[in-house]
Write a protein that binds this ligand. Structure first.
Ligand code: HEC
Length: 245
């Protein structure tokens, strides 16, 4: 992580110059909560949360650097948030071809909105309020209960690395488990016996960014774990417990 932070800092000088030259500095942040921030947060959760942690967006991705940590030092050194916005926009539009961050199909406007939100939220204590608070909800519902041999465990619709439930229960026997994914982020649902972090799956739906897929299996009484097999998703919290009685 220390390396990442210094990587972020190395970027600062160039990005600041680019910002001054384009006269972009700060305007997206004036007036506090504006449309750009709300749009930016929505797009961040959908496009970035699967790989990055950003506390205010409830994002817990672990593939890329933690963005709160990456920018905390720049902020404490007095760099304005508009400079951070420039760095983020640069990274989104031109990710290093040598790195592991993909070039996402976003418009310049979308990249700018995401950048304003990250600049607003990074390493900022407290929680989002007002309209922003309603975006990218990581709400988890009450346990899912199997009925007539069917159980639904869906992916968080806004793109957070979560299912809509953390727990489910079923009676022993044949059971069809469906997973609906409306998020646009790649996910699947796998089932393993027990709760160890590296159990091999008994069955799994295909990894897709949308649609409903299901698996049918015959379960004996016991504890099972349902989890997402996309790298980093289980580690970020995309799993739960299925109790079969
Ligand atoms: C598939 C995973 C993935 C996705 C999706 C992703 N990133 Fe990244 N990101 C990375 C990785 C990995 C790095 C580390 C640098 C590299 O490999 O190029 C990174 C680096 C960064 C950095 C530089 C941080 C630093 O400390 O230098 C920023 C800023 C950033 N990403 C923002 C975003 C934003 C905003 C989005 C969404 C539009 C996004 N990323 C989407 C994986 C991802």
């Amino acid at each position: 992580m220390a390396e990442r932070v210094s990587g972020g800092r190395k970027l600062l000088a160039g990005a600041a110059v680019a910002l001054l030259a384009s006269g972009l500095g700060g305007c997206a942040l004036k007036g506090g909560q504006n449309v750009s921030l709300v749009e930016g947060k929505t797009l961040f959760v959908k496009n970035c949360a699967s790989c990055h942690t950003l506390a205010r967006a409830d994002a817990k991705g672990v593939i890329g650097p933690n963005l709160d940590a990456a920018f905390a030092e720049s902020i404490s050194q007095g760099f304005g948030r508009s400079v951070i916005s420039g760095i983020v926009e640069q990274q989104v539009e031109y990710p290093s071809t040598a790195g592991r961050m993909p070039k996402l199909p976003l418009t310049t406007r979308q990249a700018a909105d995401i950048a304003s939100y990250v600049a607003y939220a990074a390493a900022k204590p407290g929680q989002d309020s007002g309209l922003l608070a309603s975006v990218g909800s990581s709400k988890v519902g009450p346990p899912a209960v199997e009925k007539d041999g069917k159980l639904a465990i869906d992916a968080n619709p806004s793109g957070q690395l979560l299912y809509t439930v953390k727990a489910a229960s079923a009676t022993a026997g044949p059971i069809t488990i469906s997973m609906t994914n409306m998020s646009g982020v790649d996910h699947n649902l796998a089932i393993q016996q027990g709760t160890s972090a590296n159990g091999s799956p008994l069955a799994a739906t295909p990894i897709t960014a949308s649609g409903t897929h299901s698996i049918t299996l015959n379960l004996k009484p016991g504890s099972y774990t349902f989890f997402c097999q996309v790298p980093g998703h289980r580690a970020a919290g995309m799993y739960g417990t299925l109790t079969v009685k």
